[in-house]
Design a protein around this ligand. Structure first.
Ligand SMILES: [Zn+2]
Length: 458
């Protein structure tokens, strides 16, 4: 049993002061009381938010973050597809040890920035020659080991990747990703689920790379007859070319096809969903499916802007993810997402609803609760008895925050706090980041430096 004394804790109905929280050895909250008694408790002085949920990650891509910004002067079409070639080169090169080291560094950085959970959309499954490892989930188990070392919760989402595009066989550069049919994928999923048993902070999701990456009939089949009680993730409608190809091969746009052929519900998490018609936007909201937005990556890749305001008006729910990890600060994701909408709508109230006019509070609640669903966690309170204690703590001495009323605090955090003001992170009732520093910062950084030296891609 551990006790924490939170000077300031955010709940859905606002800031609470002097809350004593007890957790058991698994980090489950066993009691929460308002009291001035902080005896024998770990005193948490800052402003505690519910831990951020990173609903979309490809960990290995962290090793190439920032490297795709030197563009040939004569090259006029440097777009997503050229970036993808650079990504394939890296994916073909990483060993299991290197993968684990990169993911450990990344996840510890996520924790430093306030993320307590990550959904790892994991598709580099096989050996460099394309043959499966003896343990089908070798690479996935490295992700779990990385999360355990970094002290963060992971939802491993092993990805079914089958094809090289609509109506196309996979190309050789995709050989580490491919499961040839549903049974092969389900074996991988079962091995991955088994690997999750090695760490109490791990659980499993089901994932389809995209409509272009898996035969549509197989997507419908897995959605219908695969596991039903775990989250279902899929990339969709990120690129205009993908929509053109889908129209050519299926006579329908990707989301339109999904709505017509898959019985979607609130366990579905559509990643990006950038290019939608109004009917698709409404359709996703109506079936209760969620969208995972990755604003810094989508901006970096030049994807486009998701119709967020319309989606929210239809009652749609969204979470955030850091995807390629060009940025890994949750507040930055929330701001980039909001500002993109402001720039095209010429209005400032992106994050409001009939029930909630406080943009910061709206954004935190939406990203937290929908993000948790993406992890298979349906808890709906920020902090409550019976749920796991995961928190991101912001510096109460930061000049603006120290002088802001409780009423205006959440939005001041969301719109002004920088990464240095994220001072502590608590995951499963354990302090993983203290005074802005990860517990294992020194060994993790030196192992990562060795790994990057061996990859020599930077
Ligand atoms: Zn992605």
């Amino acid at each position: 049993m551990t006790d924490f004394f939170f000077k300031h804790l955010l709940q859905k109905d606002g800031w609470k002061s002097n809350i004593r929280v007890s957790v058991d050895s698994e980090g489950i909250i066993t009691s929460m009381v308002e009291t001035t008694n902080s005896d024998n408790a770990e005193i948490i002085s800052g402003f505690a938010l519910p831990g951020f949920q990173n609903a979309h990650s490809h960990a290995f891509q962290y090793a190439m973050a920032g490297l795709a910004e030197v563009h040939a002067v004569s090259h006029t079409s440097d777009d997503f597809w050229s970036w993808r070639e650079a990504m394939y080169s890296l994916a073909l090169q990483v060993s299991p040890d290197q993968m684990e080291s990169i993911a450990t560094m990344l996840y510890s950085e996520m924790a430093r920035q306030g993320y307590t959970n990550v959904a790892e959309f994991h598709y580099v499954h096989h050996q460099k020659n394309g043959q499966p490892y003896d343990n089908l989930a070798e690479m996935g188990s490295r992700m779990i080991a990385a999360a355990q070392t970094a002290g963060i919760n992971i939802t491993l989402v092993p990805i079914f990747y089958q094809k090289g595009g609509f109506g196309q066989e996979p190309n050789d550069r995709q050989r580490r990703f491919i499961s040839k049919d549903i049974d092969t994928y389900l074996n991988l999923l079962a091995a991955s689920e088994e690997a999750c048993k090695n760490y109490t902070g791990a659980n499993i999701g089901i994932g389809i790379h995209s409509m272009r990456g898996v035969e549509p009939s197989c997507i419908a089949e897995i959605a219908k007859n695969g596991p039903q009680n775990i989250p279902f993730h899929i990339h969709v409608s990120e690129q205009l070319k993908e929509i053109e190809d889908s129209l050519k091969h299926l006579g329908k746009r990707p989301v339109e096809w999904m709505l017509d052929n898959v019985n979607m519900s609130n366990r579905f998490h559509l990643v990006h969903a950038t290019h939608l018609t109004d009917a698709e936007t409404k359709g996703i909201a109506q079936v209760g499916a969620n969208v995972v937005l990755c604003p810094t990556t989508e901006g970096n890749l030049g994807d486009g802007l998701f119709p967020l305001k319309n989606f929210q008006n239809y009652g749609g729910n969204w979470s955030i993810g850091t995807d390629s990890h060009i940025g890994i600060n949750p507040l930055e994701e929330l701001r980039v997402l909001d500002y993109g909408q402001r720039l095209i709508s010429h209005q400032r109230n992106t994050y409001t609803s009939p029930k909630q006019g406080d943009s910061g509070q709206f954004a935190i609640e939406m990203a937290t609760l929908t993000g948790r669903k993406a992890m298979g966690d349906i808890s709906t309170e920020f902090f409550a008895v019976g749920t796991t204690l995961n928190a991101a703590v912001i510096d109460e001495k930061a000049p603006l925050l120290a002088t802001t009323s409780a009423e205006k605090r959440t939005s001041t955090i969301v719109y002004t706090a920088d990464a240095t003001q994220q001072i502590a992170t608590i995951v499963k009732g354990k302090i993983v980041v203290k005074e802005g520093k990860h517990n294992l910062q020194t060994p993790i950084r030196s192992a990562f430096a060795e790994t990057l030296k061996s990859l020599s891609n930077r």
